[in-house]
Each structure stands twice: as structure tokens, then as C-alpha cells.
Design a binder for this molecule. Structure first.
Ligand SMILES: NC(=O)c1ccc[n+]([C@@H]2O[C@H](COP(=O)([O-])OP(=O)(O)OC[C@H]3O[C@@H](n4cnc5c(N)ncnc54)[C@H](O)[C@@H]3O)[C@@H](O)[C@H]2O)c1
Length: 323
């Protein structure tokens, strides 16, 4: 299959591009390099520095069979202060992509949706039919695309799978270094804990008085290689005129302190921590039900927290230098 990967110079897109190539697919990457790195595009993929909004004149000449759409802005806090960038990039950019796909007869898309579409869901684990009440422009932009995909499937026959990721972590290790997370603005717990161990600023622990076993928030973490495996499976279940929405999580959670313990075990260093007040809007527990992923994709995650931390640590120390 010839797959267009948008955002293939980013964290998850680069991992999935490498997995697609390893599985024998051809890959065309488009990325505007707004947060990605050109040297993260795996060798073997064709790369075009382009925005999803500018694809229309060229898409028809690429003979694409399916699209995996990662390209987006994804900083929750920034989305609250700069919503225009999120609606324009994540929503308008995706509508431009979908209309180009229609114009050029590309009928299948796998979309990076997010747990942020659910907001502060009350019932745990969160199922796909839980009320979607996003609390940020980022979450609303992802939900808007999910809703558009349902309409495009019904009216135009596009086949779509929205994968709602929970917290993605870890790296794909290769002999030459691998593919992992190197965001300039990093908001994720594991890379920030690794930076703290490696001489960076101490990790800020937001809230130690939640009604959880150890007082810290519980979140659902998933290894990026398991996540990528789900994308390859999703390509195989896309069907015309249908839109499936599927959570990708482990079905269980780890508290912030459990993550910090794992970082300590892997690195041999205690994570320097500063305890800070709770952040507004952070619920105590967010855990995915992954029953739909098991049923539709035949998928279950295989790599545990220590493996995520170990792979992220290896990538932190030996991965490609930031471009
Ligand atoms: N990392 C997570 O834990 C997580 C969780 C839920 C959902 N997601 C979603 O997964 C996707 C990938 O996330 P990531 O962590 O790899 O982010 P990332 O920032 O590393 O990658 C996004 C890539 O898209 C590119 N890009 C952005 N806008 C573009 C545009 N209009 N045209 C072309 N390229 C564009 C960026 O340059 C970057 O390379 C995003 O859609 C994100 O919302 C991520």
C-alpha cells in the first residue's frame, strides 16, 4: 500500500512511518516542520515540506491508497491562549486534506484523535460512547474533526478510523538511534522526568492530594510502538462509508509517583521533584477502556511502563540530536 503520512517528521508520525516501511508499505510524508524535525523522517520515505492546507495541487500525482493523519498542533495550554492556531491548523487544515482526498479519489483515512475529546469524563474506564465534553480548544479541534469524519463518511463514502490516544510514551529503538520524542516545548511527564534526572529543571508535580492511592493523578500510558501497531491494523479495517472511533490505551493507569518510581529504577537516579498545587481541570483519574480496540483491531498493548521509560531513556541519551 502507498500511504500518505501527514506529520511524519513528528514524534508519533516518524515511528509509524518506520513501522510502515518495515511492513513493506511505501510512504510519502508531508510535514511543515512546525514542530517536527526533517532528520526524524525515516530513510526510505519520500518527504515533502508542505502543509496539509497546500496538498491539493500535488496529491493527485502521488497515487495514494490511504492517509494516516498526525499533523496537528497539540499543546493543550497553548490551545487555550491561541485557539485560532488550533482551529485553523487542526480543523481547517484537516478539512482541506479531506477535500483533497475527495477530489483525487483517496478514500481511506486513519486520524489521530485524542482522549482530550472526552474532557473530565466521570465514568472510568472511558468508553467511546462516553459524553465528549472537551475542556480545551485542542480537544474541541479533535472532536470537530471526528464529527466531520462521520459526515464525510456518510455523505461522500470516505472510510475513516479515529484513534483516540491516551498518553503516548517510549520510543522505537533502531541500531542508528531510533525515533522518539523531542518536542521543543515538552509537556509530557516521562520526557520531563528524564530531563530532570539528566540535569534539567526539577519535575513539577501538580497535586499530591488527589483521591487516589498515593495522592497523585492516575493516567493511562501507552508505548508508541504498540500505538503504531494499532495504526497498521486500523489501515486494514477501514471500510468505505464507515467511521469507527476507537480508544488506544492500556485499560489501566499509573499514578505520577509510579511513573517517577519507574524513572528512578530505569535511570538509577531519583527524579528531583517540586510539589506544586493542582492544575485547574486535571481530573484524578483518566483511563481508557480498550475493549473496542480489541474487538475491531484485534489489538492489545504489550509493553509496560518500565519498557516505555527504558526506551524513552535510551532515546534521550542515544537518539538523534534535535534538528
Ligand atoms: N503525543 C501524545 O501523547 C498524543 C496524545 C493524543 C493525541 N496525539 C495526537 O497525535 C498526533 C501526533 O502527535 P505528536 O506527539 O507526534 O506531535 P508532534 O508535534 O511531534 O508531531 C506533529 C507533526 O505534525 C507537523 N504539522 C503540524 N501541523 C502541520 C500541518 N498543518 N501540515 C503539515 N505538518 C504539520 C509538525 O511539524 C510535526 O512534525 C497529533 O495529532 C496529536 O494531537 C498525541
Amino acid at each position: 500500500m502507498r500511504v500518505l503520512v501527514t506529520g511524519g517528521a513528528g514524534y508519533i508520525g516518524s515511528v509509524v512511518t518506520a513501522q510502515l516501511l518495515a511492513a513493506g508499505h511505501e510512504v510519502v510524508v508531508v510535514d511543515d516542520l512546525s514542530t517536527g524535525h526533517q532528520d526524524a523522517v525515516p530513510p526510505g520515505a519520500v518527504f515533502h515540506e508542505l502543509s496539509t492546507a497546500s496538498l491539493d495541487p500535488v496529491l493527485g500525482s502521488w497515487a495514494i491508497d490511504a492517509v494516516i493523519h498526525f499533523a496537528a498542533r497539540s499543546l493543550v495550554g497553548e490551545s487555550i491562549t491561541e485557539p485560532s492556531a488550533y482551529w485553523r491548523n487542526n480543523v481547517s487544515g484537516t478539512l482541506a486534506l479531506l477535500d483533497s482526498m475527495r477530489a483525487h479519489g483517496v478514500g481511506s483515512i486513519v486520524f489521530s484523535s485524542s482522549a482530550a475529546t472526552y474532557g473530565q469524563a466521570v465514568e472510568q474506564p472511558i468508553r467511546e460512547d462516553a459524553p465528549a465534553r472537551p475542556t480545551s480548544a485542542y480537544g474541541r479541534s479533535k472532536l470537530a474533526v471526528d464529527m466531520a469524519l462521520t459526515d464525510y463518511a456518510t455523505a461522500y463514502g470516505i472510510g475513516a478510523v479515529s484513534l483516540r490516544y491516551f498518553n503516548v510514551a517510549g520510543a522505537l529503538r533502531t541500531p542508528s538511534g531510533g525515533y522518539g520524542e523531542r518536542h521543543t516545548t515538552e509537556t509530557h511527564l516521562i520526557p520531563n522526568a528524564l530531563r530532570a534526572v539528566d540535569g534539567g529543571p526539577p519535575l513539577q508535580l501538580f497535586g499530591a492530594d488527589y483521591p487516589t492511592d498515593d495522592g497523585t493523578c492516575v493516567r493511562d500510558y501507552i508505548h508508541v510502538v504498540d500505538l503504531g501497531d494499532a495504526h497498521l491494523r486500523a489501515l486494514g479495517v477501514v471500510e468505505p462509508a464507515a467511521h469507527h472511533v476507537v480508544n488506544l490505551g492500556s485499560g489501566a493507569g499509573y499514578s505520577v509517583r509510579q511513573v517517577l518510581t519507574a524513572v528512578g529504577e530505569v535511570t538509577g537516579e531519583e527524579v528531583p521533584v517540586i510539589e506544586a498545587p493542582r492544575r485547574p481541570g486535571d481530573p484524578p483519574v483518566l483511563v481508557a477502556s480498550n475493549a473496542a480496540a480489541a474487538q475491531l483491531l484485534g489489538w492489545r498493548p504489550e509493553r509496560d511502563l518500565n519498557r516505555m521509560v527504558a526506551d524513552a531513556w535510551e532515546f534521550h541519551r542515544f537518539g538523534r540530536a534535535a534538528g
